[in-house]
Design a protein around this ligand. Structure first.
Ligand code: CP
Ligand code: NVA
Length: 314
């Protein structure tokens, strides 16, 4: 097929995707539709980013995010290069942004501080995509919502329970679940709450979408009636020094078969991966028929293709 036969693509109005709320609710829905379409029929999109280049600036390790961004842009006819290592150490961040933006059409960044993403976006004249920061993991959540839609048909009215740390993944999930009309319950140990600003924002969004945000210290209460149970590592990248302390604090927050039995009868298990089996989840749950973790991983590719086309496409 030629580029002229490619289905039309809604452009994202925001210049960047630094966090979940940079895209509108309508753009999010269009993105999820496009992700399903490009998954079903990739062929019409194979030149969508012909001649476009992106750089991946990664300060932290990655398997899924890095590979799926590289593959996504290549399969859309574009080109991706990797530059890993600390950002803004050899020279100021604003100079990095203004150099890189002269060469490429988009910057995908994985970093420790959200401020690095925001500063890059401020100084870059090309779109900046957040591929994980301490605050958000918005690209992950696009794939997660695609997975939930594939599994349940529609997500409105479903209950998503997150058991574990009130971290970047929990933040992004909470906001996006609320936008899509899902109930969201977070069970975390005391002192490992999600950020108060994110909770407040999610509650406002939930009120407009007829959904509820529940915060609890009880994993059983969070998963009761849930359609999906989600967890993530207890110590995120950058928190390795706290791992022992966190293992103790989170000991009662493992997702095991018993906890899954408290969820709804059709409940699926979700994890962004990598998983620490024996910590936040048992091997038995990851390997069970309820687990959709590899569907989530697969959908990283399709959801990011949709994002790249909507943000970088001509
Ligand atoms: N889920 C996720 O972001 O995986 P990576 O850290 O391997 O990219
Ligand atoms: N919360 C985890 C997610 C990894 C994909 C981290 O930030 O390390």
């Amino acid at each position: 097929m030629t580029p002229s036969t490619q289905p039309s693509i809604t452009k994202i109005a925001s210049p960047d995707f630094t966090k979940d709320l940079d895209i509108t609710q309508d753009e999010l829905l269009a993105l999820l539709d496009l992700a399903s379409d490009v998954k079903r029929s990739p062929e019409p999109y194979r030149n969508a980013l012909a001649g476009r280049s992106t750089v991946l600036l990664f300060e932290k390790p990655s398997l899924r995010t890095r590979m799926t961004f590289e593959l996504a842009i290549q399969q859309l006819g574009g080109h991706a290069i990797l530059n890993d290592g600390p950002i803004g150490q050899r020279e100021p961040l604003k100079d990095v942004a203004r150099n890189v933006a002269r060469w490429v059409d988009g910057i995908v960044v994985r970093t420790f501080a959200q401020k690095t993403v925001d500063d890059l976006a401020r100084w870059s004249s090309v779109p900046v995509i957040n591929a994980l920061s301490d605050m958000w993991h918005p690209c992950q959540i696009l794939a997660d919502m695609q997975t939930l839609r594939e599994h349940f048909g529609s997500v409105r009215g479903l209950k998503l329970a997150f058991v574990g740390d009130g971290n970047n993944v929990a933040h992004s999930l909470m906001l996006t679940a609320a936008r899509l009309g899902m109930d969201f319950a977070l069970a975390n140990p005391p002192k490992y709450d999600a950020a108060a600003s994110v909770i407040a924002e999610a509650r406002e969004i939930a009120a407009r979408n007829d959904s509820r945000i529940t915060l609890t210290n009880s994993p059983e209460a969070a998963v009761a009636g849930a359609h999906a149970v989600y967890t993530d590592v207890w110590a995120s990248m950058g928190e390795e020094a706290e791992a022992a302390e966190r293992r103790e604090a989170f000991a009662d927050y493992q997702v095991d078969d018993d906890l899954m039995s408290h969820a709804g009868p059709e409940a699926i298990f979700m994890h962004c991966l990598p998983a620490k089996r024996g910590e936040e989840v048992t091997d038995s749950v990851v390997e069970s028929a309820r687990s959709v973790v590899f569907d989530q991983a697969e959908n990283r590719l399709h959801a990011q293709k949709a994002l790249l086309m909507m943000l970088l496409g001509r």
